[in-house]
Design a protein around this ligand. Structure first.
Ligand code: MLC
Ligand code: AMP
Length: 506
């Protein structure tokens, strides 16, 4: 059997000169390709010394660092399953993920060790390590004693490489299971489609616990043997400073909006740039146009999901990059638009986007029924996005059938937040809607009604949410009202609420 280990493919793309710089960090450190080879070997040996069962999950909630990337690559190399968790998640959220995924290994920041390890031990996780963004922690201490020689585990293309938690319209988060084959096929397609070439340098400024930063950006650079300028946090000034040394940048729309506010963003600053990629949320046409006017570059917008990695892209060459569209289905991806009852729609008509291809995930972790519901009888995955295909083949996303808010590139599921608000004393009902926001694209607004005789304080509601949930999920405003608009069936009409509050952040 040919080894389909994603790590093996990434490793094979390292340049011949292993002493060349692979990653340069914003605090002045450099890591060579040889450093990546050795450190991933040591960490893979550490993981293997734990005698984990096949398919064991390695859950990780740590600040962004090169060592966190080493841990990701080592997990692939050793043949285990990587499970990244947003650093904003608090104990209630972590408790759910750990309880559901039952990881064999958990790696957290040392400042969270107390509460995280309690959750881990309760879930039966036997191995808890710390990793901090200053190159310290028990994980590195232990790995330092391991051999720097390691033969990558032999993996089948269907073996799991990662589980990414993503929420549904109802209920709790679901773990999207992605295989080595899913991720490798997508990385190879993008390498070709986006014209990665020798000498490319990527500015990596995204978090590494979601598809965009962990797969699209990181795999993109690694599978091309390209150097990365590594930023632990997105700082627009720092990005502008570093642009002259780079050729590729990737970001969610909020990053582009914030970069445009920098006077230093000029054609001169972008003189060596080859490609700006945007995705994870809709890019406003104003941002697309302003970017072109300021830098002379046309942003390439693409579309993807946790369950699918990248699905579509505007052309890199040989065609126009059209603002407001997400381009064409990537090679190997079959994309169609259908009605709710499964009827194909002609070009130009709006319907549900469905996809098929080697990049589509293996299902939701321990949720076979949910997985089945999300696929059609002929094997297409229902994305929950609503769109159309025009006569030239360009795909436009016009909305979502799933009740989802995308704020600054992070997903917020109204059902989850409403659940927490509804459980608060004195609350009769609530509705969370997304409205336009100049910085985050979309922002959540909570509208709440009180039980008869109860007095509610909007600020208190927000404060209670803040003490429980990840910060990006907290509504930016909360209103206590007497009633919610309803249709004749009694269902809350969120479109009317969205309309009512649409100017709130204008
Ligand atoms: C931070 N805040 C947000 C937020 N990020 N609020 C709403 N939405 C967000 N995304 C809030 C915090 O709660 C805080 O509020 C205040 O803003 C400042 O927090 P911060 O931590 O200083 O924010 P900052 O570092 O500036 O972060 C903003 C950001 C970040 C845009 C840089 O959100 C980010 O990195 N987004 C990228 C997400 C991403 O990578 N998505 C890809 C998903 S993959 P307060 O009140 O506490 O002060 C995917 C598939 C695909 O979707 O197709 O790619
Ligand atoms: P996630 O579950 O975090 O992977 O988010 C995936 C969702 O982000 C998709 O289903 C889309 O709704 C949205 N998305 C990703 N890229 C784009 C884009 N370019 N334009 C509009 N929406 C996007």
């Amino acid at each position: 059997m040919k080894n389909q280990n994603l790590f093996t493919a990434l490793r094979a793309a390292f340049p011949a000169d292993l002493d060349a710089v692979a990653i340069e960090t914003d605090n002045g450190l450099t890591y060579s390709w040889a450093d990546l080879e050795r450190s991933t070997a040591m960490m893979a040996n550490l993981l293997q010394s734990l005698n984990l069962p096949r398919g064991a999950r390695v859950a990780v909630q740590v600040e962004k660092s090169v060592e966190a990337v080493v841990l990701y690559l080592a997990t692939l190399r050793a043949g285990y399953v990587f499970l990244p968790l947003n650093t904003a998640y608090q104990s209630t959220e972590i408790e759910y993920f750990i309880g559901n995924a039952e990881p064999a290994v958990l790696v957290c920041s040392s400042r969270n060790l107390g509460w995280v390890s309690k959750i881990a031990f309760k879930a039966g996780t036997q191995n808890v390590f710390t990793l901090d963004d200053d190159r310290t922690g028990s994980l590195l201490d232990r790995a330092a004693h391991c051999s720097d020689q390691h033969e990558a585990a032999v993996m089948h293309e269907d073996d799991l490489a990662a589980i990414l938690y993503t929420s549904g319209t109802t209920g709790r988060s679901k773990g999207a299971m992605l295989s080595h084959g899913n991720l490798l096929s997508n990385a190879l397609v993008l390498k070709d489609y986006w014209g990665w070439k020798k000498g490319d340098v990527l500015i990596h400024a995204l978090p590494i616990f979601h598809v965009h930063g962990l797969f699209v950006a990181l795999h993109g650079a690694l599978i091309n043997g390209s150097k990365m300028i590594w930023m632990s946090k997105f700082d627009p000034k720092r990005v502008v400073e570093k642009l002259p040394e780079a050729t590729v940048f990737m970001g969610v729309p909020t990053l582009y909006v914030r970069l445009l506010a920098e006077p230093g963003l000029t054609q001169e600053a972008c003189r060596n740039m080859r490609l700006f990629v945007a995705g994870s949320a809709p890019l406003l046409i104003e941002t697309f146009n302003d970017w072109k006017a300021r830098t002379g570059h046309t942003i390439l917008e693409r579309y993807g999901m946790s369950e699918t990695a990248m699905l579509t892209s505007n052309p890199y060459q040989g065609g126009e990059r059209r603002g407001g569209t997400v381009g064409f289905a990537l090679p190997g991806v079959s994309l169609r638009v259908q009605t709710d009852d499964g009827q194909p729609l002609p070009l130009g008509e709006i319907g549900g986007i469905q996809v098929k291809g080697p990049n589509i995930f293996k299902g939701y972790w321990r949720m076979p029924e949910k997985t089945k519901e999300e696929f059609t009888a002929d094997g297409y995955f229902k994305t929950g996005d609503v769109g159309k295909i025009d006569a030239d083949g360009y795909i436009t996303i016009v909305g979502r059938s799933k009740d989802l808010i995308i704020s600054g590139g992070y997903n917020v599921y109204p059902a989850e937040i409403e659940g927490y608000i509804n459980d608060m004393p004195g609350v009769a009902e609530s509705a969370l809607v997304g409205v336009p926001h100049p910085d985050f694209g979309e922002a959540g607004v909570a509208v709440v009604i009180a039980k008869p005789g109860a007095a509610l304080d909007a600020a208190q509601i927000l404060a209670t949410l803040k003490s429980t949930l990840a910060n990006f999920k907290i509504p930016k405003q909360c209103f206590v009202v007497n009633e919610l608009p309803r249709n004749t069936m009694g269902k809350v009409q969120k479109n009317l609420l969205r309309d009512q509050y649409k100017g709130l952040f204008a």
